[in-house]
Design a protein. Structure first.
Length: 257
């Protein structure tokens, strides 16, 4: 019996309703190789309950969300939609990313063509999750992937290549990324965040791995915000699978059951 093909990586894409910012066509195309969880969230004022807002705006919000979903479906993506009326959009995005078991979350920005993808590395820890995700994202084999390792302390370039970059590249190759599309770089920096932002400005997309178990902190942390605000480069944050995150998922699912 032939094993079924593995499920594609999944990504949460959020839209602020009722008038969401349109996603660039190239970004829709790039994400079409993934399972897209399209979250439409409608901000509810303090004096209004979510139920009241849904009664008043639900039909229009559904139509807008469905229209956005059709763009991804026409590009070939598997799409799941969620519509939420909320007073806390950040909590909603974090919660839904856990409930839908999303591998990553998009922080959108303009992109005309996906030619160069930046993957910053502070170590080897997150590569296990990042490698298959980037392979799914870049499966058409047209984008170059830059692995950037920020040196720490007395770490040398040679040690960086042996301990981090080469093992990371091997995982990327094993996940399906062609060797000639990988570029390996190590940089010493007084401010790792500023260096990542600078390099991101020379790429079409940045893919970061989370470094702490708090989904909310990771998705809206300093570096992703700086990249989008200072360079307009879209960012994808790949969630880490560990015991802390699994526990958070179980707690969320138990609370919603």
């Amino acid at each position: 019996m032939i094993d079924p093909s593995p499920a594609p990586s999944s990504i949460l894409v959020d839209l602020e309703l009722p008038e969401p910012e349109p996603l660039p066509a190239e970004l829709v195309r790039v994400l079409s190789s993934l399972r897209v969880v399209l979250l439409g969230w409608f901000s509810v004022p303090e004096q209004t309950t979510p139920a009241q807002a849904r009664d008043q705006f639900g039909a229009v919000a559904e139509d807008t969300l469905d229209a956005a979903a059709r763009r991804f479906e026409e590009a070939g993506a598997e799409v799941t939609t969620r519509l939420v009326f909320t007073g806390d959009e950040l909590d909603t995005i974090s919660r839904v990313s856990v409930e839908e078991s999303c591998d990553a979350v998009l922080i959108p920005g303009p992109v005309e063509q996906l030619r160069r993808v930046l993957v910053p590395l502070r170590g080897i820890q997150n590569v296990r999750e990042i490698a298959p995700f980037v392979a799914d994202l870049c499966q058409d084999g047209t984008a170059r992937v830059t692995l950037l390792h920020i040196l720490e302390g007395d770490e040398t370039t040679a040690a960086s290549r042996e301990d981090v970059l080469e093992p990371a590249a091997e995982r990327m190759r094993s996940a399906g990324i062609k060797a000639d599309l990988l570029e390996l770089n190590s940089v010493a920096a007084d401010s790792p965040a500023d260096t990542i932002v600078e390099w991101a400005g020379e790429h079409d997309l940045a893919v970061l791995g989370e470094t702490k178990p708090s989904v909310r902190e990771i998705l809206f942390g300093t570096v992703p915000e700086q990249i989008v605000e200072q360079t307009n480069t879209p960012v994808i944050v790949v969630r880490r699978e560990d015991e802390d995150v699994t526990a958070a998922e179980q707690a969320t699912q138990a609370g919603s059951s």
